[in-house]
Design a protein around this ligand. Structure first.
Ligand code: COA
Length: 263
């Protein structure tokens, strides 16, 4: 069954947000105004045949297309990247590619074969007692990306997943979550999260850890009953006496969420 909206966006019911429930209602009743605004700004006409999405494991062959999607999305509109106007960043590209070989990253693909959403995950193993921590910021010379890596290092200094879950030897780290702007608001990020949880159940990983820099990704996890285990409000993150990261509301905090997965 397809739904014709006033601005030519045709969506099959399989693609409607799970909580929409009733389909035959005005667009404004089921989608908040921001959805309409974003779609109108992008002058989007989503062809109905594009709407059947499949969810698959990302392989090394997908690397280039994944990076192309991320350059159009995450690099520009992840709240910290947007605030800093990150621009070109080879080091972020490398960071994104790094965990693909772990085999636990997932993509949403439309029926034209285009990747329209990704969740890049990595497997993090417990460090040996004598391992020296490597600072992420020391690995980049990109001035703006370094600011974000410094935030990650700061959070790492304040919060350790292995302290919270002392019995685990490894966990799944949700590193990069991004959905094509045309496809946002329809629960695709949640489906990608579900695929990751399925992988964890099949491979006996117990803890899923995600650091959310965005209110929207935090909403995805809240809706899936993840637990917030750490929060740093951006306005309380001060470097050399200054606030360095002030993304636009509603993105007010970096928050870590976890979920314990039973097999
Ligand atoms: C975060 C992101 C992956 C969510 O994907 P999604 O498939 O749209 O997720 P959902 O459909 O569950 O929507 C999540 C929240 O996004 C917001 N949202 C919904 N539609 C939106 C749209 N068209 N544009 C912007 N935000 C929207 C809503 O707050 C929604 O929460 P709600 O269901 O309580 O209203 C996506 O917004 C994105 O790619 N953002 C840019 C990259 C980024 O910031 N990644 C996360 C970094 S940690």
């Amino acid at each position: 069954m397809a739904v014709q909206y006033q601005n030519q966006v045709t969506l099959e019911t399989s693609f409607i947000r799970q909580d929409a429930g009733k389909i035959m209602v005005e667009l404004s009743e089921i989608l908040p105004p921001i959805h309409q605004l974003v779609n109108q700004m992008a002058a989007v006409t989503i062809d109905s045949k594009e709407q059947k999405l499949s969810y698959e494991t990302i392989t090394n062959d997908d690397e280039e297309e994944v990076i192309e999607l991320l350059k159009k999305t995450f690099f520009k509109d992840e709240p910290l990247n947007e605030y800093l106007q990150l621009g070109e960043c080879k080091d972020l590209e490398d960071y994104c590619k790094k965990s693909i070989p772990d085999g636990c990253s997932f993509k949403a693909v439309n029926s034209n074969g285009e990747i329209v959403g990704v969740f890049l995950n990595g497997i993090i193993r417990k460090p040996e007692p004598n391992d020296e921590p490597v600072l992420l910021a020391s690995k980049t010379n990109h001035e703006k990306f370094k600011i974000i890596m410094q935030l990650m290092d700061y959070i790492d200094s304040k919060f350790s997943i292995f302290d919270l879950y002392p019995d685990i030897e490894a966990f799944i780290d949700g590193k990069i979550l991004a959905v094509d702007p045309r496809y946002r608001g329809y629960g695709i990020a949640g489906q990608l999260t579900d695929k990751t949880i399925e992988f964890m159940q099949q491979n006996n990983y117990k803890v899923f850890h995600v650091l959310c820099s965005s209110h929207f990704s935090a909403r995805v996890l809240e809706k899936m009953d993840f637990t917030e285990v750490f929060r740093l409000n951006y306005e309380e993150y001060i470097v050399d006496g200054k606030k360095v990261l002030c993304p636009e509301k509603p993105h007010v905090a970096a928050r870590i969420f976890t979920k314990v997965i039973s097999s």
